[in-house]
Design a protein around this ligand. Structure first.
Ligand code: AGP
Length: 612
C-alpha cells in the first residue's frame, strides 16, 4: 500500500524526505508528495503530484521550497479511494491549512464522516478517504495538537497509519497506527518515522515499532508513545539487523512469498466494509447499479487472462450457483475476436490485477461497442481497464510485485463471491441464505491463515517432487479452475511442465502420459464431485503416477488413493478455490526455490502483458 516518511532533526528535512520516498518506491505507487513546517504559525509548505518522485523533484525545483524547514512528512500513494491525481495525492491539508496529514490504510466510515464534516462547512478538495482525517483534526482541535489527533482518530473505523504536522508546532510530528505499520527511527538528535523500516535504516537501526492503537508525539530528540486515551505506553527500542533487500520484502526471501503470506490481510482489506451479514448481502457501491438493473441481468460474460481468467471461471460458477445468472468466462483475446453475442442486459466482467492487460482492455472495448454494461474488477485504481469500464470493484489487495499472481487471485474470488451474493440476494436468496454465505466469506482471512500455518508440510511435499519434469493438476466443479491455476503457478515459476485438467477428462486421452514420473496433484476438498475425483485418483495410481491430494481435514478416505495429502480446513465448495490455490501457490514457490529459479522475475514473463 502507501509509503509514509517523516523527519525531525538537524538535516535538511526535504532531502531526507525525498531519499526516504525513493527507498519506498519498491512498494509501487502512482503519486507522491511532501509537507514541510517552517516557523511557528508560518503556512505549511505542500508539494505533491501524480507521477514519480522524479516528477515531484522537478516540481519542487520550480517551487519555493523553504530552506529553513523544521520538520516534514512525505507520502507515496497507491490509490484505493479516488483515482491517481494531484488533488488525490497526499499530504492532505485541513481546511484552515494548519494541519497536513499522510495516511496509509482504508477508512471504512469515511463517507459518513465526510458528510458530517461537509454539513459543518468543511469543503473537500479530493475524492479520497484520507482527506477526512485532516479536516477532522481541525474540527477536534481545542489548543492541543496531540489531543486533537487522538480525538480525530478515535472517530475512524478501518485501518490507518498516519503522520501529521501542524504549523503551530513546527518541530513536532504526531503519528498513529491501526492496521498499517508505523516505525520510528531514533537517531542522534534526529527522529525518522516511516511505514516500513527500509526507509529508516539509512539513518539509524534503533527503532520503535508502534502497535495497533498506539500514537506518538515525535520531535528531533523525543518520542512519547501513548494510547489514544493519552495514557503513556512503553514500547521497546529494538535494533533492526536486516539488510534493505530483506526489509523491502518484509523479511521474506521473495516478494512472491511475502504476497502469499499477505493474503489474510489482503483478503480482509478486500472484504472490509463490504459485507452486511445481518441483511445477508454485500455493499459494492462502485458498481453504481440499482436493484432494478440487477434484476434485469440476463447473462454475465467474463473476460480475463491467465490467473485472472481462472478466477473468472470460479466467478462463472459463483454467478450461476448463487446469483442464478448464466455466465461464461472466456480468454479475453478469444472473446474480442470471435464477435461475442451480446444481448440486452448482458453484463461483462473484466478481471485484471494490473488493469493494463491489452487483451482484456480490447475485450472491454468490444463489449462496450456491442452495448454490454462493463464492470471492472481490478487491483490498480485508475488503471486503463478500470477507467474504460467506468464502474466496478477494486480489490484493495495492495501492490502485487511478484510476477506470479497470488494474493490477487484470492481477492478476485472474494470480490466475485460478494458480487454473486449481492446479485443473488436481490434476485433469489432469502436473508438467511444470504447471511450464511456472507458469514462464510467473512471467514476467508482466517481460512487463509490456517493454510499458511501448514506451510512446512507443503514445503516438504514440494521439495519431494521438485525434480520431476511433468505434472498434472486435476479438479472438478469449483476446483477445476483451481487445477488450472495450480498448473499455471507451477510452470511459470519452476519451469516444470504442468497441465491443469478437469478430473473427468484425463481418461479421454491425457492419462496416456501417466507413469511413475508424472505426479498428479488432485484437489479433492469440499467438492461435490469428490467421490468421482477419488476414483480418478485411483485410475492415476493404477498407472503408477504418484498422487498428491488436497483434502479437507478429517477426510480419511483420501489416504487410500494418495501418496501425499495436504489438509485444508473445512470450507464451502464455492469458496474452496481460495484455500486450495494458496496451497498450490506455496507448492509452486517451494518447488521453484528447490530448483534455484529466479522466483520474482521468472524468465520470459512480465508482470503486466500490455501487448496483444
Ligand atoms: C499470473 O501468475 C500471470 N503472471 C499472468 O497469467 C497474469 O495473471 C495475466 O497476465 C493477467 O494479468 P492481469 O490480472 O494483470 O490482467
Amino acid at each position: 500500500m502507501c509509503g509514509i516518511i517523516g523527519y525531525a532533526g538537524s538535516q535538511n528535512p526535504l532531502s531526507v524526505l525525498l531519499a526516504g520516498l525513493r527507498r519506498l518506491e519498491y512498494r509501487g505507487y502512482d503519486s507522491a508528495g511532501i509537507a514541510l513546517t517552517r516557523g511557528e504559525n508560518d503556512r505549511l509548505f505542500i508539494c505533491k503530484n501524480r507521477g514519480k518522485i522524479t516528477d515531484l523533484e522537478q516540481k519542487l525545483a520550480r517551487s519555493s521550497a523553504p530552506v529553513d524547514a523544521r520538520a516534514g512528512i512525505g507520502h507515496t500513494r497507491w490509490a484505493t479511494h479516488g483515482e491517481p491525481s494531484e488533488k488525490n495525492a497526499h499530504p492532505h491539508l485541513s481546511q484552515d491549512g494548519r494541519f497536513a496529514i499522510v495516511h496509509n490504510g482504508i477508512i471504512e466510515n469515511y463517507a459518513d464522516l465526510r458528510q458530517n464534516l461537509s454539513k459543518r462547512g468543511f469543503v473537500f478538495q479530493s475524492d479520497t478517504d484520507s482527506e477526512v482525517i485532516a479536516h477532522l483534526i481541525q474540527a477536534c482541535y481545542e489548543g492541543d495538537f496531540k489531543s486533537a489527533v487522538a480525538a480525530a482518530v478515535r472517530n475512524l473505523e478501518g485501518t490507518y497509519g498516519i503522520a501529521v504536522v501542524c504549523s503551530m508546532h513546527p518541530d513536532m510530528i504526531v503519528v498513529a497506527r491501526k492496521g498499517s505499520p508505523i516505525v520510528i527511527g531514533v537517531g542522534d538528535g534526529e527522529t525518522i518515522i516511516a511505514s516500513d523500516a527500509s526507509a529508516v535504516i539509512q539513518h539509524t537501526r534503533h527503532a520503535i515499532f508502534l502497535d495497533d492503537g498506539d500514537m506518538a508525539c515525535v520531535t528531533c530528540n523525543k518520542v512519547d508513545v501513548a494510547s489514544l486515551s493519552n495514557i503513556p505506553v512503553t514500547r521497546e527500542l529494538t535494533h533492526i539487523d536486516w539488510d534493505v533487500g530483506r526489509l523491502e520484502k518484509g523479511g521474506y526471501e521473495h516478494f512472491m512469498l511475502k504476497e502469499i503470506h499477505e493474503q489474510p490481510q489482503s483478503l480482509a482489506d478486500s472484504i472490509r466494509g463490504r459485507l452486511i451479514i445481518e441483511e445477508g448481502t454485500s455493499k459494492l457501491s462502485g458498481l453504481r447499479m440499482e436493484a432494478a438493473d440487477i434484476v434485469r441481468i440476463r447473462r454475465a460474460l467474463i473476460a480475463a487472462c491467465g490467473t485472472s481468467l481462472y478466477a473468472g471461471i470460479v466467478g462463472k460458477y459463483l454467478f450461476e450457483d448463487i446469483a442464478g445468472i448464466p455466465a461464461d468466462a472466456q480468454q479475453a483475446a478469444e472473446l474480442r475476436y470471435r464477435n461475442p453475442i451480446i444481448e440486452p442486459e448482458t453484463i461483462m466482467l473484466a478481471i485484471s490485477q494490473s488493469g493494463e492487460t491489452a487483451d482484456t482492455l480490447a475485450a472491454v472495448r468490444e463489449g462496450i461497442r456491442k452495448g454490454a454494461l462493463v464492470l471492472g474488477i481490478c487491483n490498480v485504481v485508475g488503471s486503463s481497464i478500470a477507467r474504460a469500464a467506468g464502474r466496478g470493484v477494486y480489490l484493495h489487495a495492495g501492490p502485487e510485485i511478484g510476477v506470479a499472481s497470488t494474493k490477487a487471485f484470492s481477492s478476485q474470488v472474494a470480490v466475485l463471491a460478494m458480487m454473486a451474493l449481492l446479485f443473488g440476494r436481490i434476485r433469489r436468496l432469502s436473508a438467511t441464505e444470504g447471511a450464511g454465505i456472507a458469514s462464510e466469506i467473512a471467514r476467508l482471512p482466517q481460512i487463509a491463515q490456517e493454510i499458511l500455518n501448514g506451510e512446512e508440510e507443503i514445503r516438504k511435499t514440494a521439495e519431494k517432487y521438485a525434480g520431476v519434469r511433468d505434472f498434472f493438476f486435476i479438479g472438478r466443479g469449483y476446483l477445476y479452475p483451481a487445477a488450472l491455476e495450480g498448473a499455471l503457478k507451477l510452470k511459470e515459476i519452476s519451469y516444470i511442465h504442468a497441465e491443469g485438467y478437469h478430473a473427468a477428462e484425463l481418461k479421454h486421452g491425457p492419462i496416456a502420459l501417466l507413469d511413475k514420473d508424472v505426479p498428479v496433484f488432485a484437489a479433492v476438498a469440499a467438492s461435490s464431485g469428490r467421490i468421482k475425483t477419488l476414483a480418478n485418483m485411483q485410475e492415476c495410481r493404477a498407472r503408477g503416477a504418484p498422487v498428491i491430494a488436497v483434502a479437507t481435514d478429517g477426510d480419511e478416505s483420501v489416504a487410500a488413493v494418495a501418496d501425499d495429502i495436504i489438509h485444508i480446513p473445512p470450507c464451502p465448495e464455492y469458496l474452496s478455490p481460495i484455500p486450495v490455490v494458496i496451497v498450490e501457490q506455496l507448492f509452486a514457490y517451494y518447488a521453484a526455490k528447490a530448483r534455484g529459479c529466479p522466483i520474482d522475475q521468472p524468465r520470459n514473463l512480465a508482470k503486466s502483458v500490455t501487448v496483444e
